[in-house]
Design a binder for this molecule. Structure first.
Ligand code: 3AL
Ligand code: ZN
Ligand code: ZN
Length: 574
């Protein structure tokens, strides 16, 4: 098989890679079948035939003249009314052919490196009606491949699509920051096949069944990958079990809360008693609570009264205002209630997930202890904590501002160790963009700029580029980015390449380097505020399949947004 960097070409019913072809679209892929065309072509002669019969003894020329003068203009008017009526009243249902860059629903994805639950194998994944029908290995495959629709990716890696459980798409209400169409196009281009949207930064926040409905309405027909939704746990609903149950019954995959100010007015922070109450309701639904675990220990001004350099353009100033003790204090507080999730505890069935851990010291140790005691707890970190270190961040470069902050290189080393040893369970992007103005790039004030890293499209190459130095394997990438996040978000039918799972797949080239400059196609709404712009990355996404639809391939997206909204079903015993 030849290099997977080549484009695909249609060769007698088989896609293979060829260096000689410059077009992805095989010549015989037609959105309209040949029969439909023929049908239309027959209509006119038949109609003319009928006119002649019913006209009886009338003079033919006269009849045609009458038709031309009276009937045709009327008919034209009628048709245009009909057209306007139909285009207004018909719901926006996408033709299947627009959902995918492939014309088939039954085909095979072949590669020498398929990342399955049984290891990396050579062979092919059979995709049928959106699901994985079989995984055919090695020799079994070679003898049996002649008559099939095959896309042969050679040495490129075929892996489960990424499931990103931590994304702020800001839609509805702040679509000038991001949005469902732009965010999910970026996700598709980055190999993310499922993302779970956070309940804040959009407006209103997703804290009730009504506001969840606003989310699903905004997402419908506007998403290029599958999207689920976390609901918000806030003081207003925390002690109102009816309201929380309505939100969970409406399909929120779980809840999310903050233990410090969130930066968003209609999303206030919670304390341990709110969290305890939330866990009790979540237990019934067997869903998780995700927590932003930082607790303010002192006001910002107090950290800056120490006589040190307090230049707000210096990252070290910001770092001092948000020390690791904030994370540690929050996690210590969380551990006073996380025991409820243990077997036999009052919230057995619920689960606690700590988002974006940055402190690799005491906070991590506390979480390990909680897990050791049988609490149902997991933790994620993000590529920016694994890729960057505080020492490297230049004065005024507010693209790197996030909370908790990016810490020093020594901390990053320990974080990597924790990821590799399994103490950190998974990765997420915490994609949290804003409009460029709020990043205050000109002023460069770290204390005032919006905190949030914009990264959605790049998380796979970032993880790989940096992880390779630590000997990260393809299976580990799949575990951290697909299998475990799918489990956390209750997506049992996703997250791995195995028979009967949904055909959510990313194909990528782990050895191809690219420079992330203005020439690189970027689908984030504001690429300029991404901390990764201007860096060189390794690992290029070639193709992304969502439930069998090729939604992104060879630098193009499918024309229609056919992602599904993922809503949890109410368990039978509730
Ligand atoms: N509101 C919001 O998105 N905050 C996020 N940004 C960030 O850097 N950390 C967060 O929790
Ligand atoms: Zn957060
Ligand atoms: Zn976040």
């Amino acid at each position: 098989m030849c290099s997977a960097s080549a484009v695909e070409a249609w060769v007698s019913g088989t896609w293979t890679h060829s260096h000689n072809h410059s077009s992805l679209t095989p010549p015989n892929w037609l959105p309209i079948g040949p029969n439909e065309k023929k049908g239309k072509g027959r209509e006119i002669p038949e109609a003319a035939e009928r006119t002649k019969d019913s006209a009886g003894g009338l003079n033919m020329e006269n009849l045609l003249l009458q038709l031309q003068r009276r009937l045709f203009p009327l008919l034209g008017l009628l048709l245009s009314f009909l057209f306007v009526f139909l285009s207004r009243s018909s719901p926006k249902v996408s033709d299947r052919s627009e959902c995918s860059l492939l014309p088939h629903s039954h085909y095979w994805i072949a590669s020498n490196r398929i990342v399955t639950t049984q290891g990396v194998v050579s062979g092919a994944v059979e995709v049928k009606e959106g699901k994985i029908a079989s995984v055919v290995k090695g020799e079994d495959w070679k003898g049996d491949s002649r008559t099939k629709q095959i896309i042969d990716y050679g040495d490129a890696v075929v892996m489960p699509g990424l499931v990103d459980v931590h994304v702020h798409l800001d839609d509805p209400g702040r679509t000038e920051w991001e949005g469902f169409p732009s965010g999910t196009k970026a996700a598709a281009a980055g190999g993310i096949t499922t993302l779970i949207d956070m309940p804040l930064n959009s407006f209103p926040s997703t804290v009730s069944s009504e506001t969840l409905r606003l989310k699903t309405e905004a997402a419908t027909d506007n998403i290029y990958v599958d999207v689920g939704f976390w609901g918000g746990l806030v003081p207003e609903n925390a002690f109102n079990a009816t309201s929380l149950e309505a939100l969970l019954s409406a399909g929120a995959l779980g809840l999310k809360s903050f233990m410090c100010p969130s930066g968003i007015n209609d999303f206030p922070m919670t304390n341990a008693s709110h969290i305890k109450a939330g866990l009790a309701v979540l237990a019934k639904y067997k869903r998780p609570l995700l927590v932003h675990a930082e607790m303010e220990q002192d006001a910002q001004a107090n950290y800056l009264e120490d006589g040190m350099n307090n230049d707000p353009r210096s990252y070290s100033t910001y770092l001092r205002t948000r020390p690791p003790s904030w994370e540690e204090a929050a996690i210590r507080e969380l551990l006073t209630v996380s025991g409820d999730t243990a077997p036999g505890g009052p919230a057995e069935g619920a689960h606690l997930h700590v988002v974006h851990l940055s402190d690799a010291a005491s906070s991590l140790q506390l979480l390990k202890e909680a897990k050791g005691s049988g609490h149902s707890v997991t933790v994620e970190t993000c590529p920016h904590y694994l890729a960057f270190s505080s020492e490297e961040i230049e004065d005024g470069d507010t693209r790197f501002k996030c909370s908790p902050p990016i810490r020093d290189a020594a901390n990053r080393e320990i974080l990597w160790k924790a990821v590799l040893e399994g103490d950190i369970d998974m990765l997420s992007s915490d994609h949290s963009p804003s409009v460029p103005e709020l990043k205050l790039r000109e002023e460069g004030n770290f204390l005032k700029a919006w905190g949030g890293i914009s990264s959605l499209q790049f998380v796979l190459p970032v993880t790989w580029s940096h992880g390779r130095k630590y000997g990260v394997s393809l299976e580990q990438v799949a575990l951290w980015w697909s299998e475990r996040p799918a489990k956390l978000s209750g997506q049992e039918s996703k997250g791995s390449i195995a028979v009967r799972k949904q055909a959510d797949i990313v194909v990528w080239e782990p050895d191809v380097e690219f420079f992330l400059n203005e020439d690189h196609p970027t689908y984030l709404k504001h690429p300029s505020i991404s901390a990764y712009m201007g860096t060189k990355l390794t690992g290029k996404v070639l193709a992304t399949f969502v439930r069998g639809n090729l939604v992104y391939g060879d630098g193009k997206h499918a024309s229609a947004a056919c992602g599904a909204t993922l809503l949890s079903k109410v368990p039978v015993d509730v």
